[in-house]
Design a protein around this ligand. Structure first.
Ligand SMILES: [Mg+2]
Length: 340
């Protein structure tokens, strides 16, 4: 019989004869239906409460407690019932009395809730004890089973929720990132720029954008094939990511074009960062099938502190114009938006 099926029963009665009556009846009944009884006997209220406390602390609360009302010279069953109730809501208490001086209503008031409190008067037939025990044991097991099912459902919901969250995070990642390079995609980098421009409108600090284009990328594709072209894009993306600070955002803007958004950055600092990108990529040839391929970048820089460039479209257009000028001037170089 599994431990969880064992029904723990506390019996508190000051009379040895009564305790042995309980023992006889309950030991005979134990295991007969569908669960064993684990019996604990006490002769005083204090001992009963101590046993109940120990049981609760061991996470093995009594399922049922038979408490005699009068247990001289110690404290009686009513006091013990209140203490037991304070220790555990779950224990089902049966008050046993041969006297009429404590009426059931008083007991009900002092030991709530009423649905976990029963009342039996001496002299009782031993069979009544057995009926109480088996009925309350069945209810205890049913409550445990419902609780276990409930916990099982909760775990299931947790597992499913975690799986959904993971799937959602993956979907979100795919929707916001470029599959090939792992960089933010065009929509994401534009959204970043939009946020930075809003912030800049409040703070008055410039936002810089840098448009980057891989020189002669078509030639790389034509000479080495598209797979090599993809590998070059991945290598350049990784190289640029390493050259940048974590708070700068570079995204894949189009085929071999990348857009960098630099918050709180004006013309001079933007040009320094752009040059660092250009030089860093030019100095680090891409290793391909045993050969090193030097790849260069043309770079155009624009910034928002120029009053003309305070929305996304004009700022990107300005960076694009500067990129065009870098290409015109012979590629592998950085050009700012306006001359000077
Ligand atoms: Mg007594």
């Amino acid at each position: 019989m599994p431990e969880s099926q064992t029904i723990r029963i506390l019996v508190a009665d000051d009379e040895e004869m009564m305790r042995s009556l309980y023992r006889q009846v309950l030991e005979k009944a134990s295991g007969e239906i569908d669960g064993a009884y684990d019996l604990v006997f006490c002769d005083q209220g204090e001992a009963a409460v101590a046993a109940a406390r120990q049981a609760v602390e061991a996470d093995r609360a009594f399922a049922i407690a038979f408490l005699d009302i009068r247990m001289p010279p110690g404290r009686g069953g009513l006091w013990a019932a209140e203490e037991l109730r304070a220790l555990s809501d779950a224990t089902q208490i049966v008050m046993v009395t041969g006297y009429s001086d404590v009426d059931p209503e008083t007991i009900e008031q002092r030991v709530p809730p009423t649905d976990r409190l029963l009342y039996i008067q001496k002299p009782f037939h031993p069979f009544e004890i057995r009926q109480f025990a088996s009925t309350l044991a069945a209810r205890w097991r049913m409550e445990r089973r419902i609780q276990e099912m409930h916990e099982g459902f909760e775990r299931l919901v947790e597992v499913r929720t975690a799986a959904l969250q993971k799937a959602y995070a993956e979907l979100e990642y795919r929707a916001t990132h470029d599959e090939l390079t792992g960089l933010p995609n065009r929509a994401t980098v534009i959204e970043t720029l939009s946020k930075e421009l809003n912030r800049s409108a409040r703070s008055g600090r410039s936002v810089a954008v840098v448009m980057v284009d891989i020189d002669h990328f078509k030639n790389i594709n034509d000479a080495h094939g598209h797979l090599t072209g993809d590998a070059v894009l991945q290598a350049i993306a990784e190289c640029m990511r390493q050259l940048l600070r974590p708070y700068d955002t570079i995204g894949r803007f189009g085929g071999e074009e990348f857009l960098l958004v630099i918050p709180e950055c004006g013309r001079e600092e933007a040009l320094v960062i752009a040059e660092r990108l250009r030089a860093g990529v030019a100095d680090q040839p891409v290793a391909l099938e045993g050969q090193a391929l030097t790849v260069t970048l043309s770079v155009g820089v624009a910034w928002s502190e120029d009053a003309r460039h305070q929305d996304i479209d004009t700022l990107i257009a300005a960076a694009d114009r500067a990129l065009y000028r870098a290409k015109e001037a012979g590629r592998n170089r950085v050009r700012p938006d306006a001359p000077g």
